[in-house]
Design a protein around this ligand. Sequence first.
Ligand SMILES: *Cc1c(COP(=O)(O)O)cnc(C)c1O
Ligand SMILES: [Zn+2]
Length: 416
Amino acid sequence: MSSLPHILGLRCRECGARYPEEPRYVCDECFGPVEVEYDYDVWRDTVTRERIASGPWNMWRYADLLPVDGQRAVGIPSGFTPLLRADRLGQAIGLKHLYIKNDTVNPTFSFKDRVVSVAITKAVEFGFDTIGCPSTGNLANSVAAHAARAGMRAFVFVPSDLEAAKISAALVYGPTLVSVDGTYDDVNRLCAMLADEYGWAFVNVNVRPYYSEGGKTLGYEVAEQLGWRAPDHVVAPMASGSVLVKIKKGLDEFKTLGLIDDRPTRISGAQAAGCAPIVTAFKAGADFAEPVKPNTIAKSLAIGSPADAPYALRIFRDTGGHADAATDDEIIAGIRLLAETEGIFAETAGGVTVAVLKKLAQSGRIAPDELTVAYITGAGLKTAVVLDGHLDAGLHIKPTLRSFEAALDATHQLQI
Ligand SMILES: *Cc1c(COP(=O)(O)O)cnc(C)c1O
Ligand SMILES: [Zn+2]
């Protein structure tokens, strides 16, 4: 069925119907989402810690576990980002063993480079020459960059109220950028129609089952970087919920393959209060999320109708995790807290994660000695505009010693 020995094909996540490996995202039988199905026996025979550890210093060290031919990877190598002990942030919020997975340092400064790497490699395998996406910003940056390097044509679709920095961070790579007067959910619907109409690969639409698997590397890496063990608790931001679900899948696969001990990991999710359909459903004990109209500064997380909500909700229940939301003010405070304690400048999604991490720690939902990993998924310069008026502006002086001393005196007087 497949040219790759470890892939059996696609399988419906709801009814189990099987399909060949092809560009497809919904089941013809029940309209449920489809997922890549692997042959675990092939993995058991080939995948070892040693083989992974001898691989390249990027996400392709896990190529055996991804639904593409890793030898033919296209785009820009991404991943294997630092996992940092965060003692100062931990102390500030009451956690003794806190780590930050710093995914701000990917080629286009967000974790989207992981999922796009897999999607574009698969699109080339399938023979597409044009690649596109509906995006809340970071995905457009990543698709445009990877397409440039692969020599493919790119069409990226974004809501027209996006931050200016995210627009230039896509345009610089030379895609056709289409600003749509509507929400992300409107853009997404349009792109589903265009994928059928034009026969292009839309990374998170018709190649979504392959795309989303790139998120597993965020689970694999953390386990490997902790010295081949699973964390006790992780906190990740959610837009569609896809990456959170795949972090769990990555950890589960490592446990199934015996690469790490089968210790439980609690998975918690973070959303912005202005777009929190998954958190609202979690708190109501619901199995599905009701769509909302987003209104938040965390534009990268502004998906009102999240495709993976039912799977994320199941994960919170099954693992004993939680879901909570952060207001715009809490998001800004979260960005500042992370920067001031750990020297990492995150975008608004990182502010959401840190704000929710803090709430969960201070309410005892994360115990002080749980080994906890917070996923920081995107870099701060692209959303720096949200900090306008919130930071101490510093001193403004003439280029003389006297002027500096006078200004310094004035600040001391202010502090007294
Ligand atoms: C897209 C994005 C997310 C969330 O992704 P989902 O998989 O849709 O939940 C989180 N953080 C950043 C920075 C993003 O760009
Ligand atoms: Zn089905």
